[in-house]
Design a protein around this ligand. Structure first.
Ligand code: NAP
Ligand code: 3JM
Length: 346
């Protein structure tokens, strides 16, 4: 992107698990950056972060932080986005928000570049980045949606602790050491920090991510249902999700079952997946090759394997979808949207 105009970028939540990945991507990718502003809470103000051979001092995020900012990448929780994104917009910045605060707002496009980049160009100041579990699923399903149509999706996720922030990574590491040392594991963060009850994540699987809604599904599960419909622009795609936290640090895995609207040939499905942008097919079970969370960590792609015909439903299809939740699931999808906007001079 060498010949592009240079832009001023703010990262809100710069010290967080997602924010740190955003900074790394802005550095690695030749992003046409003029000035980088790093914002976090008052607790982090004054800390220094290396960037392109210099040091950037972290500042407390306030409504005035956004003067002169072209792109504001938010990842500091929904409450901060609700409070500060409107100020960023009124200062003329384009906000790309990683939280659930604006995702279902009809005035805010919800964007995965491989699926619906055109929606982003119609923004009114704010563009929302979907939930990590939604992003990797729709990126992989897009070519199948376009070719056959999708009636329904049943997905079970196996989600990494890094999706719950830097403190959840520490909790898994500490609990793992304590359990191996024969000590009691202390749980303070997972499944949801603000709730009174916490469960051990080390050597465990917790079938709760985010709080429960009235219908028995969690918000994380309902994010997958509602965001998928919005991104495909199709209310007829029926999604049912079970979201589970497992003791993995980086990389969400998903067991995805879909029923297509029209008949399919398995060879063609694999060819479509193999050709899809941002998607890598890893599917040679005879060599024990399939996507693994450990292989996805640090990569930008979405990996798909275990692609197989259902035994009972004639248009049913199973697959296993894996991606680095902090990269394509969060920081990379955000930076990718910004890159596409800049390329289009928006
Ligand atoms: P994290 O590691 O806990 O980091 C939280 C960040 O928010 C830190 O930089 C923190 O700064 C900052 N922050 C907290 N309170 C603040 C305040 N009052 N003012 C300004 N900044 C404040 O969490 P994370 O995993 O990076 O996730 C951050 C947010 O991103 C989540 O809450 C979620 O909404 C979103 N997210 C989205 C996805 C996705 O799927 N797209 C995935 C993960 C997370 P201090 O260090 O100064 O406290
Ligand atoms: C991923 O507002 C908050 O406290 C953040 C909750 C959160 C979210 C969310 O709802 O924005 C934590 C981790 C997400 C997300 O991407 O939906």
């Amino acid at each position: 992107m060498e010949n592009q105009k240079k832009v001023n970028v703010a990262v809100v939540g710069a010290t967080g698990a997602v924010g740190q990945q955003m900074i790394a991507l802005l550095e690695q990718r030749d992003f046409p950056i003029n000035q980088l502003k790093l914002l976090a809470s008052g607790r982090s103000a004054g800390k220094r972060v290396p960037f392109k051979g210099q040091e950037v001092v972290i500042e407390e995020a306030t409504p005035e932080s956004f003067a002169g900012v072209d792109y504001a990448l938010f990842s500091a929780g929904g409450a901060i986005s609700k409070e500060l994104a409107p100020h960023a917009v009124s200062h003329g910045a384009v906000v790309i928000d990683n939280t659930s605060a604006y995702r279902m707002d009809p005035n805010v496009p919800l964007v995965v570049p491989e699926v619906n980049m055109e929606a982003a160009f119609k923004h009114n100041g704010i563009i929302a980045n979907p939930n990590c579990s939604t992003i990797q699923m729709v990126a992989a399903l897009k070519p199948l949606y376009d070719r056959y149509g999708i009636d329904r999706i049943i997905v079970s996720t196996y989600q990494a602790v890094s999706g719950a922030g830097a403190s959840a990574i520490q909790e898994l590491q500490q609990q793992s050491r304590d359990v191996l040392d024969g000590k009691p594991a202390e749980a303070k963060i997972l499944p949801v920090g603000k709730l009174p009850v916490h469960h051990q994540i080390a050597f465990n699987a917790i079938p709760q991510i985010d709080v429960f809604t009235d219908n028995g599904f969690t918000y994380e599960e309902m994010k997958m249902v509602n965001e998928t419909k919005k991104i495909f622009g199709d209310d007829t795609v029926n999604v049912s999700a079970t979201c589970v936290r497992i003791p993995v640090v980086y990389g969400h895995s998903e067991s995805v079952y879909i029923e297509l609207k029209s008949d399919y040939e398995l060879d063609e499905v694999k060819r479509l997946l193999g050709d899809a942008p941002g998607v890598v097919l890893v599917d040679t079970p005879e060599e024990q090759k399939y996507p693994l969370a450990t292989d996805s960590a640090g990569k930008l792609d979405v990996f798909v394997g275990r692609v197989r015909r259902d035994l009972h439903h004639p248009r049913g299809l199973h697959m296993w979808i894996v991606s680095d939740n902090l990269l394509k699931g969060a920081a990379w999808n955000t930076v990718q949207i910004a890159e596409e906007l800049i390329k289009a001079n928006q």
